[in-house]
Design a binder for this molecule. Structure first.
Ligand SMILES: [Cu+2]
Length: 750
């Protein structure tokens, strides 16, 4: 007996040695990052390909391997790769200026880390906006043989990794700039301008007025218009076999789905029946069967679908949350079986809902509903498939049973949608009870009109890293007081989502938080380093909705001067953006140019007449936006104006102050304030004591492409204009100006 025990122990030791020897297995990939031209949507455009392909190649490792990924940067700019959802030493995390320098053009950088987890992950560039133009790819960590968590009937299914993405024919830098400049070109492309004419037609005139009274611009569930949606780089894919095995009736298929989109959420639906969710963010969950789920930016979901008995090719569709675009996999052989497209959103219902939630001071009011975990999707009001078609017929004489049936079929609750409260881990995920707990609260804040995204009303460039002791549990409560949802992502760790499942609370590394929701997450900070915590909507991240947790006192061999590097990171998340417009009209030229970042604005406006009598005028302001909503902007200014006046002519303002000079140079102090109805009030006092008050409003959306504006001031000047938008950069404008009279012209904007 004893001897047998001994030999058992010996075998165990041998096995351990063997498996740790096995763990030394290095799996190496070489990645060549290079500029390329693509044509996804009718135009040849610049993109970035890795090893000649978009998306980047799928990288597969087995838990226990050592990953060695050699990046050859053949671009003309710096690059980086971040391993999304992966536990690794901080210097391998791939965030330029936080965990490493940029990989310089023409150089090579090796990422090397032991793979100590399994699951569906993805990887992407963390440099600038490179992720938008091709730098995303599947990253799969397989369970090792004999893993105790191996699930028969799930982990042994035919499996395919799918990375979702979007494509825009616009340069992403331009997309970012246009977002900051409140350009509504995206809305025009999507047909979601929500103008006064459209509001009146939909019987929502009052809704529109209330919306503008509360100083809101028309909004959508997503900001960017995309030309194409891609799954593994294609708009449509036939999946007839996996690993050489032909798919047939009754087969179950596991899809490892990552959302590599820069800013799009996707609805996932399957024509062949229910979808079984088996993992999320690389962590197994107890299987849940649903009709559909939304995948937030940067989340991953593993789902299982079954090919129905007729064995045909059933559509698995990813539709953008705004429902303007989609992409599909057809799973199986035989006839294509389509799923009905999601009907168009009811935008004015959404506007009404926003009006109800929005307080006059710009805070959201949850009306005591205590929302969390995506359980109550406020946007349901906008979903015709659940709340019925646009307006229910009021004419009861035409009432018929068919309508009634349609409504019943779509009644709330008939469509089972996944939410975070439905996720639970198959394992105990509790954190050590004796670890000290550090509690943090964040409020997600934002300013739609200027596209400033922040936490606690501070952008990254305004805050230091948050110090955390190694071994502390961080318990973070996040409240979303902004009008958009934010997929908050933590680098380097999985966190538990406190969702009522107790010890089986699910593990995630991205949590989508809808407006007005409050959620709590917690994790053990047991890995030293500077870990990024940010909104994963690329354009929100680049606008400053980021924090850094500095765990322990990590010495990063790649970044000898961490302070200087952090300054660069802060700078990158608050880059100045430029806009300019000029109207070339029959009566003169007028326009403006502005350079702005999260807080500062430097702008110049001009009116240039063609004659001495009309003169010219240039006003320059340097101002700083105050408060979360940024309605107030104090400024200093300099005005220059010239106008040839008659012999005894003088200008008198409403206060009786006069000016007799042809040429006037004046320094001013003043402020701008946004009033209800989005009217800007400007007050200015010049160094010579002259005061000027003005009221102005630009871009009143009359119809889809028609905009109106006006200005009146105490110098007895006034202006009114109408502009028809032809393209992103060109419009036709007509205006009447008290100085320059009536004019028609071409309006160009950048
Ligand atoms: Cu965000």
């Amino acid at each position: 007996m004893k001897a047998k025990n001994k030999s058992l122990i010996l075998t165990a030791v041998l096995l351990l040695t063997a498996s740790s020897a096995f763990a030394q297995k290095v799996v190496r990939y070489d990645l060549y990052v290079k500029d390329t031209l693509v044509n996804y949507a009718g135009k040849e455009k610049r993109a970035i390909a890795v090893n000649g392909q978009i998306p980047m190649p799928t990288l597969t490792f087995t838990e226990g391997d050592t990953a060695e990924i050699v990046v050859h940067n053949q671009l003309k700019e710096g690059t980086s790769l971040h391993w999304h959802g992966v536990f690794l030493p901080n210097k391998e995390d791939g965030v330029p200026y936080l965990t490493q320098p940029q990989i310089s053009p023409g150089t090579t950088h090796t990422y090397r880390f032991p793979v100590i987890q399994n699951g569906t992950h993805w990887y992407h560039s963390h440099s600038g906006l490179q992720e938008q133009i091709g730098m995303y790819g599947n990253l799969v960590f397989l369970k090792k043989a004999g893993d105790k968590t191996f699930r028969k009937g799930i982990d042994d299914l035919p499996t395919i990794p799918i990375v979702l993405s979007e494509w825009t024919n616009l340069n992403p830098n331009n997309v970012h700039r246009m977002l900051h400049n409140a350009s509504d070109w995206s809305a025009i492309k999507k047909g979601t301008t929500q103008s006064y004419a459209e509001a009146i037609r939909a019987g929502h005139f009052k809704t529109k007025i209330a919306n503008e009274w509360k100083r809101m611009l028309a909004m959508d569930v997503s900001d960017v218009y995309y030309d194409k949606i891609l799954m593994n780089g294609n708009a449509s894919t036939d999946l007839k076999n996996i690993d050489g095995k032909t798919l047939k009736a009754g087969d179950k298929v596991r899809l490892r789905i990552s959302n590599g989109g820069a800013s799009s959420y996707f609805w996932l639906r399957y024509a062949g029946g229910k979808i079984t969710v088996v993992a999320n963010d690389g962590n197994d969950v107890t299987p849940v069967e649903v009709d559909r789920l939304i995948i937030a930016v940067s989340e991953t979901y593993d789902v299982v679908v079954t090919i129905p008995e007729d064995g045909n090719a059933y559509e698995f569709m990813a539709t953008t949350e705004d429902r303007t675009n989609s992409s599909s996999y057809f799973i199986g052989n035989g006839v294509r079986k389509l799923i009905a497209p999601l009907p168009k959103l009811k935008y004015f219902e959404g506007m009404k809902m926003m009006n109800d939630m929005m307080k006059m001071n710009g805070d959201l009011d949850d009306m005591g509903m205590k929302m969390s975990l995506n359980k109550m999707d406020m946007n349901v009001a906008m979903y015709p498939e659940i709340t019925g078609e646009i307006e229910p017929k009021k004419d009861h004489s035409k009432h018929n049973m068919e309508d009634e049936n349609r409504y019943n079929a779509n009644a709330l609750g008939k469509i089972k949608t996944l939410n975070y409260a439905m996720l639970s881990s198959p394992h105990n995920t509790e954190l050590p009870k004796d670890a000290p707990v550090k509690k943090l609260n964040f409020t997600l804040t934002g300013n739609m009109n200027r596209y400033v995204w922040s936490m606690d009303n501070k952008v990254l460039s305004e805050v230091d890293k948050i110090p955390v002791k190694k071994g502390e549990v961080l318990r973070i409560t996040i409240y979303n007081n902004s009008m958009m949802r934010h997929p908050m992502h933590l680098h380097g760790f999985d966190f538990r989502v406190i969702n009522g499942k107790g010890e089986k609370s699910p593990l995630k590394n991205v949590l989508d938080i809808m407006p007005m929701e409050t959620d709590t997450i917690e994790f053990l900070a047991n890995q030293e380093g500077d870990w990024f915590f940010h909104c994963h909507i690329l354009y929100h991240m680049m606008a400053g909705m980021d924090r850094v947790f500095a765990v322990g006192d990590y010495k990063n061999p790649l970044l000898p001067d961490k302070e200087k590097a952090y300054k660069m990171l802060q700078h990158e998340s608050n880059m100045p953006h430029f806009m300019a417009q000029n109207d070339f009209a029959t009566n003169g030229n007028d326009g403006e140019a502005m350079l702005q970042n999260a807080r500062w604005s430097l702008g110049t406006e001009w009116r240039l007449g063609y004659s001495d009598m009309h003169g010219y005028e240039v006003e320059t302001h340097l101002g700083r936006y105050i408060g979360k909503m940024q309605w107030l902007m104090p400024f200093i200014g300099f005005d220059y104006r010239y106008r040839k006046m008659g012999m005894d002519e003088q200008e008198t303002n409403l206060f009786g102050q006069t000016n007799k000079k042809d040429t006037r140079r004046a320094v001013s102090l003043g402020f701008m304030y946004t009033l209800p109805m989005l009217v800007n009030f400007q007050a200015k006092v010049y160094h010579d004591g002259i005061v000027r008050l003005s009221l102005m409003r630009e871009d009143i959306p009359i119809s889809k492409r028609l905009r109106a504006g006006f200005m009146v001031n105490t110098d007895k000047e006034f202006m009114g204009d109408l502009k028809y938008i032809i393209t992103k950069n060109i419009g036709i404008r007509t205006h009447y100006d008290s100085d320059m009279g009536f004019g028609v012209g071409l309006s160009l904007n950048y």
